[in-house]
Each structure stands twice: as structure tokens, then as C-alpha cells.
Design a protein around this ligand. Structure first.
Ligand code: S3P
Length: 173
């Protein structure tokens, strides 16, 4: 990170916790550039995440995430919106924390279900779109999410603006 630069704001959290929405709102508020990891991977691979999972599998996708985070790790002053599974690999957490302050967006399984139920862009949820499945997977992942986070932001019932203000006020780096 260059002198005078602030740390990256890294947003993690389960699918449907608002990472993409909040990163776009933060971009407007702070004028920082956003890197949306899912979007960036799709652009580079020139195919949808569901196609990457179907043709090359989850591990291959996770390796793309690791490669991208390693590249970004040297920079600062950016908002990095991670994929929902990015913090599951320990190596990814090391890279995202190198120049980044990590904010975990949390939401209840019911809120997440309402946000993802009409989308078909998440291979992990295909065929099991229910609040019960989401609750189980969230529980399985919880320890890893919390270990990666510097700060947890509860998003249920809050507007994008409120969530952004909370992130900005809790920022240390
Ligand atoms: C995933 C979440 C997705 C995407 C991929 C895998 C996961 O990102 O990276 O489908 O394992 O939770 P979003 O959280 O942006 O939906």
C-alpha cells in the first residue's frame, strides 16, 4: 500500500447479506473504487459463475478468488465486495486482511431467503432455496466468517445508508 493510502474496505458475508448493494452505496458516499469479486471473475473468465461451477467445479472457482485477492492485496483505498464463500479458504483471509479492514455483513436466514429467492445466479443455493437450508449453511460457515471479520455489521431492518454510515463510523484503518 502506498504512503497516505487508507486500507481497503473489505465486505464479506453470506449470499444475500447486501455486499454488492452496500459496496455501490459506499462508492457513491466515499468516492472509492469498487472491486466486486464475482463480477470481476465473470468478466475475466467471460462466463457466469454458474457456468464456472458447472464446468470446472467449486475448487477452481475458489482458486480464482485467491488469485484475485493476491493481486488486490498490494493496493489500498478500494472497496472489495467478496463472494459469499471467499472467507472459507484461510489463504483468502490472509490476503484480504493484508491491506484491508474486514466488515462482516450479517442477516437472519429469513431476510437472506427473501433477498435470494427469486435469483438463479447462485449455484450453491440451486435446488435448496429455503430459510432452513440457509440457516444450516450459515451455521456451518459462521466460525469462519467471524474469524475473518474485524467488525460485524447487522443489516436486518436497516437502510443501505444506515449500514454505510455504520461502516464509516466504525472504520479504524
Ligand atoms: C458463493 C457466493 C456467491 C458466489 C458463488 C459462491 C458462496 O457470491 O461467489 O456463487 O459460496 O457463498 P454472493 O455472496 O455475492 O452471492
Amino acid at each position: 500500500m502506498k504512503q497516505g493510502q487508507n486500507k481497503n474496505i473489505v465486505l464479506i458475508g453470506f449470499m444475500g447479506t447486501g455486499k454488492t448493494t452496500i459496496s455501490a452505496a459506499l462508492e457513491k458516499m466515499c468516492g472509492m473504487e469498487v472491486i466486486d469479486m464475482d463480477r470481476e471473475i465473470e468478466l475475466r473468465e467471460n462466463r457466469k459463475i454458474s457456468e464456472i461451477f458447472a464446468s470446472d467445479g467449486e475448487e477452481y472457482f475458489r482458486s480464482l478468488e485467491t488469485g484475485l485477492l493476491r493481486e488486490i492485496a498490494e493496493s489500498g483505498n478500494r472497496i472489495i465486495s467478496c463472494g459469499g464463500g471467499t472467507p472459507l479458504r484461510e489463504e483468502n483471509v490472509v490476503w484480504m486482511r493484508k491491506n484491508g479492514e474486514v466488515f462482516l455483513l450479517s442477516a437472519s436466514p429469513q431476510t437472506i431467503f427473501e433477498r435470494v429467492k427469486d435469483s438463479d445466479s447462485r449455484p450453491i443455493l440451486e435446488g435448496h432455496k429455503s430459510a432452513e437450508f440457509i440457516a444450516e449453511l450459515l451455521e456451518e460457515r459462521r466460525a469462519k466468517y467471524e474469524a475473518a471479520a474485524d467488525t460485524v455489521i447487522v443489516t436486518d431492518g436497516k437502510s443501505a445508508e444506515e449500514i454505510c454510515q455504520e461502516i464509516i463510523s466504525k472504520r479504524k484503518g
